[in-house]
Design a protein around this ligand. Sequence first.
Ligand SMILES: [Zn+2]
Length: 285
Amino acid sequence: MSGVSITPPIPSDSQNLAWADAHSHLQNPRLAPHLPHVLARARASGVGILHVNATAESDWSAVAGLGNAHSGFVICSFGLHPWFIQGRTSRWLQNLREILASRPSGIGEIGLDGRMDDGLDADREAVFRTQLELSFELALPASLHCRDAWGRMLEILLALPPHPAGLLIHAYSGPADALEPLAAKNVHFSFGGTLTRPKNARARENAVRVPAGHFLLESDAPDLPPDLPEGKTAHLTGENGKPLSEPAYIPQVGQLLAQLRGTSPGEIAAQTTATAKRLFAKLLT
Ligand SMILES: [Zn+2]
C-alpha cells in the first residue's frame, strides 16, 4: 500500500452515543429559534435517540418535519394531549390514522388531567381511550400524561391486557405500589428534571422502586428542567427568565438515577437506552 494510509471508517454519531431522551416536545415554539444548538448540545451530551411527542393536530406536521430532517436521531409520536382536545377537528381520528400510516410513529402525548377545571373531563377521557384503543389495534407504543387523575388512570390501565408494544407514562408521579402491577401490563416509566428537586420524595421513591427494564430518562423539553448543579447556568431561559429543559440535561438526570439506584451512570445509560430501543423499535425502523 505505497504510502496510502487506510483510515478506519468514521462511525456514525449514533454508534458512539449512549443516552436516550424518551419524551420531549422539540416542536415547541419556545425552542424553535434555538433548535440547531439544542440538537448539537444533545449530541455532544451523548443523546443518540430523541423522542418528540406531538400535542395537537396543529403541531403534527412540525413533529414529522423534525423526524424527517433528523432521521436515525429524532423519532416521533402523534396524538392529542389532554390539554388541547378542545381544538381538535371533527376529522382528528382519521387524520391521526393517516399520519401514523405515513411514517414510523408512536402515539402520544395522550392522557388524563384532573386539574383542568374546564368541564371537559368526560370528553378528555373519551379522546384518551380512543387513542389508547388505537395503540392496541395498531400495536404501537403510546406515551401517556397523567396529573391528578391516578385513580381513573389505574382503573383503565389495570383492566386492560398487557399492551402489545408497550406504554410509557412520562414524569411518573403516581403511587409506588402501582409500579409492579403496571409493569406487568407492559407499562414503562420515564424520569426527568423533577427527580433533581430535593423535595420530590415521591419521584425519588418511584425511581428506586421501578422494576429493571421498565424505566427511561426524559427531558420533557422545554418544560420541567432539572435543578442545575452549583455554578452551572441554563443554556436557555424562557420569557419569564426561568430555565428551559433540553435533552442535553439527560446525563445529569441519569447520574442522579444511578446514585439513587446504587449503580453506575454507564449502567443506567445502557439500561435506559436498551429499554428505549425495545419500546420504540417500530419508530426506529
Ligand atoms: Zn410532555
